[in-house]
Each structure stands twice: as structure tokens, then as C-alpha cells.
Write a protein that binds this ligand. Sequence first.
Ligand code: BTN
Length: 263
Amino acid sequence: MLQPSPDAITPGGGLWGGRLLAFGALPSTNDWAMTHAGELHHGDLVQTAHQTAGRGRLQRAWVTPPGLALTLSVLLDPHAMNALRPSWIGAAAAIAIRDLLREGGVAARVKWPNDVLVSGRKIAGILVERSGATGPVVLGLGINLNQTAADLDAAGLRQPATSWLLESGQAHRVASCLPELRSFLESTLPLATASGQPRLAEAWARHDALAGHHVRVDTSQGTIQGEYLGMDADGALLLRDPSGATRTLLTGDASALRITPPG
Ligand code: BTN
């Protein structure tokens, strides 16, 4: 039994013919999908108009006012798709959101590990979680749709943020964005497999907000600065530190500093 139960279940509304389970309000779509993973199918999509206790990366809160954001989670079975690699799913989803925004006339970039930015301001975040080492994966996506500058200020965010409304001057309806996002995800998620990874790496490099920059990365062990070298095949950030050593960073917050001089 799906409890609390969705307000609407639409067959074929998820990915690859999965269902769309829509809720008026839910604490967190990721939590709900994780709790009910055993009853969900590959490609089922869980969406809510009002997420009351959304979670972000690194145990942070993800705050979205009711009705102003696209908040959803997708249940993915890594075995159902030619060995989908969980560590690449977030990057593939970030590219899908970038493509969605591009279609809507907004030029966005992706930033390690899997943020989407417009002019350096965060417009979307992604949280990938897995139940156990071999269980299903929950891909959580939060896209700022219709927040005004005052809404974003009121949220007290720790980094500059923007919304699709602010970038395009137009309001965006969940009902029309969702099918488009779904079809972009259907195109990019297959890149999170061994055979798709070279194309994923190429798409990431093309739209990488950190490319060509010196970066600062805040980690739980402290802050490291250096020349950004890109992402490795496991999704870790590579950086040349001031001593010339290459560092491999698995988690943290990265920001672009000055442009790296050529040569
Ligand atoms: C981040 O940038 O820190 C990740 C934010 C992820 C937010 C989404 S909104 C839908 C899904 N449910 C959650 O509780 N979190 C993710």
C-alpha cells in the first residue's frame, strides 16, 4: 500500500513508460521514493507541488515555497538499464536540466558535482541516493521555476540563486515542464552507462561552469584552491594544487575563482 497515497497516479507519466505519482504536499519526494522503493517500478516519477522538508546534498535543507518549484524524484533500477552507473546519474540529469532550460531560451552551465547554474547562480540541484550498495537509486531534482528575487531572499540561501522566471521573464507551469524534462532525461540517462560515458564526459566538458578556472573547493577537511582539471570517470573533481600535485576530491562545494591563464 502506498501510504501516504498519491493524489493522482498517471500511467506513462514517468520515464520509459513509468508512472507519475503526484502529491499535493510531501515532506520530501526522495524520502517517499526511498521508503516505497520496493513498491515502485523503474522509471516511476514522484512529484509534489509542496515539499515541506526537502533535503539537499551534505545534509542541507532544500527550501522551496509551495507551487513555485519543480520538485521530483525518479526511481531507477541500475540493473534495468544496461548497468546504469549510480555515480554518473547526477551528471546525466544535470545535462538534461541544462537541455530543458536551453530549449526554453536560457543558457545554463553545469557545475561539479551536479548543480545547474545560470550566470553563476544556482537554478537547480540534484540529490542521488541509493538504498544499500545494490538497491534502487533515487534521483531527486529540484528546479527553481517561479520564485521571485524576494522569494529567494526569504529562503536565506547560502549561495546565489535564480529561477527560470527570473532568467526568462516568464512563469513556467509544472504540467508543461514535466513532460519535456522527462524526455530530456530519457535521452541523457543512458549516457550514465559504460558505453555512454564518453559522450557524457564530452557534454559535461562543453557546458562545465568551472572549465578554465582556478577553483576553490570547501570540503569537510578544509578548503583547497587550485587549477580545475575536470572530473574523473568516477565523478570526482580533479584539481592541481599550488604545489603542482593533482588532488582528487570526492565531495565538497566548488566555486570558480579567476580564469586560469593559458600556458
Ligand atoms: C542540492 O543541490 O543540494 C540538491 C538539492 C536536491 C533537491 C531535490 S527536490 C526533490 C528531491 N527531494 C528532496 O528532498 N531533495 C531532492
